[in-house]
Design a protein around this ligand. Structure first.
Ligand SMILES: [Zn+2]
Length: 164
């Protein structure tokens, strides 16, 4: 009796999540819940899949941040620039390179100094909103986030950021 109660409790506390385990690739963990698809989008993964399998875990339990998303990208190395785009969406994400099923490297992510064609200018009168052209922003401060549009020169913060 005792045994089965303990087991029930354990099942509830650590519901193991079955997210596809990768042998080689990148794991992006501790993404705020609901943002995994934004990460996939900002990395352009929906277009350049190659032979990588991508798995998403959404709304998983996390001791650290309550609820979280996880993105695993198999057989893929991300450039520093690609990784840094993640910081726009999930500044506290942990990014690990996986080799032979083990973490080979923990990578630091940082919002890039220049954001080229990643986000939409929130200013409806900006030239980039009225012509089919790339957007360019300069990062003024990372925490709190302040970015300046290179065209209309307005300054925006994290709440304004909308991905292209
Ligand atoms: Zn602008």
């Amino acid at each position: 009796m005792r045994y089965s109660q303990d087991r029930d409790r354990q099942d509830k506390e650590d519901r193991p999540y079955k997210v596809f385990k990768i042998k080689e690739g990148v794991v992006i963990d501790h993404i705020p819940a609901g943002k995994a698809l934004h990460v996939v989008r900002v990395l352009g993964l929906s277009k350049n899949l190659g032979d990588s399998i991508i798995t998403l875990g959404m709304n998983l339990e996390s001791k650290k941040i309550g609820k979280k998303d996880v993105v695993k990208i198999e057989n893929k190395e991300l450039t520093k620039e690609e990784l840094n785009k993640i910081a726009l969406i999930a500044p506290n994400a942990s990014v690990n390179m996986i080799k032979n099923e083990h973490v080979s490297e923990k990578l630091n992510i940082m919002i890039p100094a220049r954001l080229e064609n990643i986000i939409i200018c929130p200013n409806p009168n900006c030239i980039t909103r009225n012509y089919d052209m790339k957007t360019k922003f300069t990062t003024i401060s990372r925490d709190p986030l302040k970015i300046r549009c290179n065209y209309c020169e307005r300054i925006f913060d994290r709440d304004d950021v909308e991905l292209k």
